[in-house]
Write a protein that binds this ligand. Structure first.
Ligand code: FAD
Length: 298
């Protein structure tokens, strides 16, 4: 039991880390510093996002391939239905399979015009995430497929119930893990979990944790993603606009408090939105009881 907080009956904390593909050499170096720092924590997998509108198709692929070639990590490639025909997406899926990738995160994606606009499927494309999951499973049944889940409801969904129906369709199509949109109130997550279980969905619903490195950016991001930013969180960052050192300590305290409360309440799997930065995530993992594993000499 590496942590005094480890829930009874568990002897392992599973973490996964999400990265975005870099746009230039400087960002590539930042990303690889983060991967190198976090890799010894032996995450269950590391995922690489797919830019809005499929804009990072090549860069996502290149990042995933570099992870396969240069690390012992298990990569998961995100893929969306946006702006591509079924044939094009099937080609990407086959390419990943040929490269040795066995885990995809299947998403609908947002309209090219921007999140919040009405989504229209590409003519000849996959209609939504559930259709994409089924398509992936048809191409290669040995793909592990993760999908999204929204404790506060996806903005396009009329009700939380309808949103949970969408999750059920994705599970019925073959998804075996859901990763949640980030949230700041753990009670929201636990209430959602109760409703998902009551609907007969039994796959892991892994909480997505966003350590807030930049409060302004997180607030804008949350507004588009349909996640609420509680007043107490804004209050904690208030007055620190010109004080990055204190902001960072507060960010660490807030994220630590959230993760440890989840652990205390029985959660043993965590997905971190790293924003390609290791330090906060590394510290929270340490608090959760994870320690770097030294690789055996070959
Ligand atoms: P879906 O699960 O397909 O559902 C979206 C909404 O449409 C839901 O409200 C659902 O209820 C409704 N809906 C779906 N099908 C139906 C139907 N048949 N009838 C009625 N309503 C329906 N975006 C990216 O561009 N790249 C990424 O790499 C990326 N990674 C993400 C990772 C995670 C963990 C999360 C939570 C989100 C990610 N996103 C990413 C954002 C995501 O693409 C957007 O939130 C998008 O708007 C919805 O995609 P989805 O797969 O969640 O959609």
């Amino acid at each position: 039991r590496p942590s005094r907080f480890m829930p009874a009956g568990h002897n392992r904390i599973d973490v996964s880390f999400e990265f975005f593909p870099p746009k230039d050499e400087a960002m590539e170096a930042t990303l690889w510093d983060a991967i190198t720092r976090l890799a010894p924590l032996m995450p269950q997998f590391v995922s690489v996002t797919y830019g809005a509108g499929g804009s990072t198709r090549e860069r996502t692929h290149a990042t995933v391939k570099r992870i396969l070639a240069e690390t012992a990590l298990t990569p998961a490639a995100h893929l969306t239905c946006v702006a591509a025909t079924r044939e094009e997406i099937d080609g990407i899926v086959r390419n990943y399979h040929d490269a040795g990738v066995r885990h995809l995160v299947a998403l609908r994606g947002d309209p090219i015009t921007g999140a919040g606009d009405k989504y229209t499927p590409h003519p000849g494309g996959y209609e939504n995430a559930a259709a994409l999951v089924a398509g992936i499973k048809r191409i290669a049944p040995d793909f592990e497929v993760s999908v999204s889940a929204y404790p506060e409801r996806h903005p396009d969904s009329p009700t939380l119930e309808a949103d949970i129906d969408t999750l059920k369709r994705k599970v019925d199509a073959g998804a075996t893990r859901a990763i949640t949109q980030f949230f700041f109130e753990n009670d929201l997550y636990f209430r959602y979990l109760d409703r998902v279980r009551a609907r007969g969905i039994d796959i892991p619903i892994v909480p997505g944790i966003l350590p807030v490195q930049n409060f302004g950016a997180a607030r804008n991001f949350a507004a588009r993603a349909g996640a609420t930013v509680p007043a107490w969180l804004a209050e904690r960052f208030a007055g620190l606009d010109h004080d990055p050192a204190t902001r960072k300590l507060i960010a660490a305290a807030v994220a630590a408090e959230q993760a440890i409360d989840l652990l205390d309440r029985g959660i043993t799997s965590f997905h971190f939105y790293t924003m390609n930065r290791a330090d906060l995530v590394y510290a929270i993992c340490h608090l959760l009881g994870l320690r770097p594993q030294v690789q055996e000499a070959a």
